[in-house]
Design a protein around this ligand. Structure first.
Ligand code: PEP
Length: 253
């Protein structure tokens, strides 16, 4: 069965009362088969992980993610953080390939594949973000761009540690969401790509989640689609109430 995954990406923000936010989420009763992941800025990883893992009443399915790693394990790279450092903190997820990293930090496929290698070599799960820009969509290049971005996964034996987040760049932080049918079209394309390049079982079990101006209203139609297994949420995840409502859009079958 494909897991539902809801990810809060706080980016370079901190929700007010973030300790309470994390404590509350840890105690949330969620639909079975749902994983909740909170991607927090580096300086808060230790504290955040302590809050969610030290609460004995917590659900096992609330995890903390880092938002980035460096391609190297150590060295003279001022300001950077390696996968081994995340391991030291017992962090089990990392976002790689987010469009903001591609755009503002010039991360391309060559860099992204090295980061995925670093993470999977150390058994850390990867939230791999892909998506086309508005210009690319208008020029009917969406599927070519996605094929190129997905192509780096062919280097890996399996996708056991990969969650794919389809995030059309034109929908991130803009308030414009892909319609559920636009998103479903792309998600089903991604699943078929996995089927063709890996196998049926991998295609069925890989979680493919949608990101791009997800909110409490639009999430319902999105997660009803057969190939959308949850959401990667930026802006709306800064509110505990909104993010909780988004998570609750998935009900037990
Ligand atoms: C994101 O950070 O990946 C994102 C989708 O942001 P937002 O929900 O604000 O569009």
């Amino acid at each position: 069965m494909t897991k539902n995954v809801f990810i809060a990406n706080w980016k370079m923000n901190l929700p007010s009362g973030f300790e309470f936010y994390l404590e509350s989420l840890s105690k949330l009763t969620v639909s079975s088969n749902t994983t909740i992941i909170i991607a927090v800025p580096f300086p808060y990883l230790y504290q955040a992980n302590k809050i969610v893992t030290h609460d004995t009443t917590r659900s096992d399915e609330v995890m903390i993610a880092a938002q980035n790693i460096h391609t190297k394990l150590k060295g003279a790279y001022t300001g950077e953080v390696s996968i081994d450092m995340l391991k030291d903190l017992d962090i089990q997820y990392v976002i790689i390939g987010h469009s903001e990293r591609r755009q503002y930090f010039y991360e391309d496929n060559t860099i992204i594949v090295k980061k995925i290698e670093q993470a999977t070599n150390k058994n850390i799960n990867v939230i791999f973000c892909i998506g086309e820009t508005s210009d690319e969509r208008q020029k009917n290049k969406t599927f070519d761009i996605l094929t190129d971005q997905l192509g780096i996964l062919k280097r890996f034996e399996n996708l056991d540690r990969i969650i794919i987040a389809y995030e059309p760049v034109w929908a991130i932080g803009t308030g414009v969401t892909a319609t559920s049918s636009q998103a479903q079209e792309v998600h089903s394309f991604i699943r078929r790509w996995i089927m063709n390049n890996f196998d049926n079982n991998t295609a069925e079990t890989t979680s493919i989640i949608y990101g791009g101006s997800v909110n409490e209203e639009n999430i319902y139609d999105l997660v009803k689609q057969p190939d959308i297994n949850g959401g990667l949420v930026g802006g709306a995840s800064l509110s505990l109430q909104k993010f909780t409502n988004i998570i609750n859009s998935v009900v037990d079958p």
